[in-house]
Ligand binder design. Structure first.
Ligand code: SF4
Length: 391
């Protein structure tokens, strides 16, 4: 099997070992946050309670927000701070419009590709990274995150942390950013040791494909650093832990699959359009979507194929309908952002990473038929104490 950037299989014929490895490493991450990030989370929770800003969420979610902040700051702050003038608001709106108006999406994407390259990615910055940002710098980088359309959910969360950090003295802020900075360095080194074998192709892919993605809308999405891959691997695991309780309470379940899992090209696939996505009509026995649809009949979950960058608000709970939990599958670069978006729409969600990426729109000329780990899917759907899914 050809590996483009990552493979959870790592030369084996399934990704069982990956799931054990990432679970163990996530435990290690959580232990390491006890004296570093967790005290920051506790203070943030007190602040949220005091000002009644939201219902307090699980620690794992806040920890993921801080790890994401550290990694994204480390990866993008130099470039983002170099950008002085850009149509930030227009670009941010365009990212929303392409989700809501699928018919004009190709035109919006052309414009976004040009504007992103012209304004948001002005080449590498030579200035050293600022490990202790001012709040004004933080505001600027959050605006950049939103404008890219790739980190909108993260930016929304960082802005909430920023409001909290505004209540801190200069010394307290320095201590906060030092803790995040040190943790990010630890995470960079340790994640490479633990998860690096699943991402060995990322760096050569980045070197060889730089020109291919110039002027393209998916430039940022497809040129993520290796560290971001590791962040999203741990992020998917942390999200599943944080959202598990709510997911298990739901009455019905739906599995959302990407178009690249289909056994036929999009124009030959016989799936029909339904609210929320495409419904597989079972035209090909060996198609992975069809096989999961058959599994869904047995275990009582629905299967939808959804286009990349869909409007996920369609999945939000509706009054008068049974509560619905969603299991979403996508490649590493988009899964965590999607998980946070579902959370924002109040959808109890879980996720399963595609074993490898391969769609012909973003990653591969001919396209690879992608797959997920069915055993992991069953684990996610299973209620504790039952060996098979009870839905
Ligand atoms: S089996 Fe379903 S998803 Fe696969 S190609 Fe046919 S209609 Fe499309």
């Amino acid at each position: 099997m050809e590996t483009i950037t990552y493979s959870l299989r790592c030369g084996s014929n399934n990704s069982q070992e990956y799931y054990q490895t990432v679970s163990r490493f996530t435990d290690e991450v959580l232990i390491n946050t006890r004296d570093s990030l967790l005290p920051l989370v506790d203070e943030f929770k007190e602040y949220i309670l005091k000002y009644k800003l939201e219902e307090v969420r699980e620690d794992e979610e806040y920890i993921l927000e801080l790890i994401s902040f550290g990694v994204l700051w480390h990866t993008y702050s130099r470039v983002a701070l170099k950008v002085r003038v850009a149509p930030f608001v227009t670009l941010s709106h365009m990212a929303d419009w392409r989700k809501k108006h699928q018919k004009v999406k190709p035109y919006i994407d052309i414009a976004r590709g040009v504007l992103t390259t012209l304004f948001l990615l002005p080449g590498k910055s030579n200035s050293p990274m600022t490990s202790f940002p001012s709040l004004a710098q933080l505001d600027h980088v959050c605006k950049w995150f939103e404008a890219t359309g790739e980190f909108k959910e993260q930016a929304l969360r960082f802005i909430r942390w920023r409001a909290f950090w505004n209540t801190k003295s200069e010394d307290e802020l320095k201590r906060t950013f030092l803790a995040i900075h040190n943790f990010t360095n630890w995470f960079r080194d340790k994640s490479l040791d633990s998860l690096g074998k699943y991402t060995v192709n990322v760096e050569s892919f980045l070197r060889n494909s730089f020109n291919h993605y110039l002027w393209r809308e998916d430039r940022i999405s497809c040129t993520r650093s290796r560290l971001e891959y590791h962040l999203n691997m741990v992020g998917a695991e942390l999200m599943n832990r944080a959202f598990r309780k709510e997911f298990l309470k739901t009455e019905t379940k739906a599995l959302l699959l990407p178009g690249c899992m289909r056994g036929r090209a999009a124009e030959d696939c016989k799936a029909t359009k339904v609210p929320g996505g495409l419904h597989c009509e079972g035209c090909l026995a060996g198609c992975h979507v069809n096989q999961l649809r058959e599994m869904g009949k047995k275990y009582n979950f629905e299967v939808y194929v959804i286009p990349h960058a869909s409007d996920l608000s369609l999945w939000s709970p509706k009054e008068g309908f049974p509560s619905r939990g969603v299991v979403a599958s996508a490649c590493i670069t988009t899964l965590v952002e999607g998980g946070w978006e579902l959370k924002r729409y109040d959808v109890p969600a879980q996720c399963v990473i595609l074993d490898f990426c391969g769609c012909n729109k973003h990653w591969h000329k001919e396209g690879l038929e992608t797959e997920l780990n069915v055993r992991q899917l069953k684990n996610i759907l299973a209620h504790p104490g039952h060996s098979t899914p009870v839905l």
